[in-house]
Design a binder for this molecule. Structure first.
Ligand SMILES: Nc1ncnc2c1ncn2[C@@H]1O[C@H](COP(=O)(O)OP(=O)(O)OP(=O)(O)O)[C@@H](O)[C@H]1O
Ligand SMILES: [Mg+2]
Length: 326
């Protein structure tokens, strides 16, 4: 990708609420705030790439009718050097009065779930202190990591993965605007690999387009392979065909050289298992073992040992397909 080329996720980030695809329920609720020029503190929760930041920025844009400068700030709860920095920036920001007809200014605070409980308690006090003149939009991936006193002071909005057809339509729209040819099959592949994450989908599309000047099945495969994703499928494939050693070598390469998070590997193996031609008894056994592995890794178990054990089990299963092949 050329460095001067603009990143599509930013170039095509909807500016207004009305430009967003899908998310009808959320947009409807947010538009009421715009209409009444009033809103409570908000808490946006959901997985990556599901419109949280986009909705927050679009709400700000519509609320101030495009005159956003000076009326909002965006802070990152985990980037900033602790809650003291956030507190002083909020204090400074809240000191000046809002410009225009809206009686409050907006503070967008991203990645709230990556802060400690203590920091969240301090944040709650800060929210209360300045609630006359400010409203917070807190953003998090997981609700359970947000302390209850904050949850109860906010209107909670849940963002679920975007539906496949919404992503597909958006990719077509972007490709058309960019004057990039695409194969329908290729876009469908991207949609499948993105699992409801719009950012991932748009990045895949731009990456594939950069390889060939078009989004084709081949350029998508090349790009996804390059990004290390197709490689997880290989781990499963090798175990499935009985080559445990090769499977474990590939696994270690992904874990230690490519730095792919264990939970991503486990998730992909799960998908592979569901699609593989195991007998239903075999599938049940493997999935139940996979659930244990997932749990152990999440509670601090060694990913290499845990996933290898799962691969060993897969490589030992006398599934019908492999018996035919060997
Ligand atoms: N509803 C939407 N309509 C059109 N494009 C969207 C929509 N939601 C997201 N996008 C696109 O996907 C990109 C990522 O979305 P966004 O930044 O809102 O994700 P997020 O939920 O904040 O994710 P994260 O938790 O990783 O920060 C945006 O830059 C935009 O291009
Ligand atoms: Mg975001």
């Amino acid at each position: 990708m050329m460095e001067t080329e603009q990143v599509w996720t930013e170039k095509y980030r909807p500016r207004r609420l009305s430009e967003m695809v899908d998310r009808e329920e959320i947009v409807k609720r947010l538009e009421t705030f715009v209409k009444t020029k009033n809103m409570p503190h908000l808490l946006f929760v959901g997985p990556p790439g599901t419109s949280k930041t986009t909705s927050a920025l679009a709400l700000v844009y519509d609320m101030y009718n495009g005159n956003v400068s000076g009326n909002y700030i965006e802070l990152n709860a985990s980037d900033e050097r602790g809650i003291d920095v956030i507190r002083s920036r909020v204090k400074e920001f809240a000191r000046s009065v809002p410009l225009g007809e809206v009686p409050f200014k907006i503070i967008i605070l991203d990645e709230c779930d990556s802060t400690t409980e203590e920091a969240q308690q301090a944040l709650r006090r800060t929210m209360e202190r300045y609630s006359n003149t400010t409203r917070f939009i807190l953003i998090a991936n997981e609700l359970y990591k947000i302390i209850e006193p904050i949850q109860s002071r906010c209107a909670v909005f849940r963002f679920s993965p975007l539906p496949d057809n919404a992503i597909l339509e958006r990719l077509k729209e972007i490709a058309t605007k960019e004057n990039i040819k695409y194969e329908e099959e290729a876009l469908k592949m991207i949609v499948e690999k993105s699992e409801g994450d719009m950012r991932k989908a748009i990045n895949f599309a731009q990456g594939a387009a950069a390889i060939e000047g078009a989004i084709t099945v081949k350029s998508v495969k090349d790009f996804i392979g390059y990004a290390g994703i197709g490689k997880i499928d290989q781990v499963f494939e090798k175990a499935f065909h009985g080559d445990l050693e090769a499977a474990i070598n590939t696994l270690n390469n992904l874990l230690y050289n490519e730095g792919i998070p264990p939970r991503e590997i486990i998730r992909e193996i799960h998908k592979n298992i569901m699609q593989a031609s195991f007998s239903s008894q075999e599938k049940a056994d493997v999935v139940s073992m996979l659930a244990d592995v997932e749990y152990r890794v999440r509670s601090g178990g060694d990913p290499e040992i845990q996933i290898s054990a799962l691969l060993a089990k897969i490589s030992m299963l006398p599934s019908e397909k492999r018996r035919k092949q060997s």
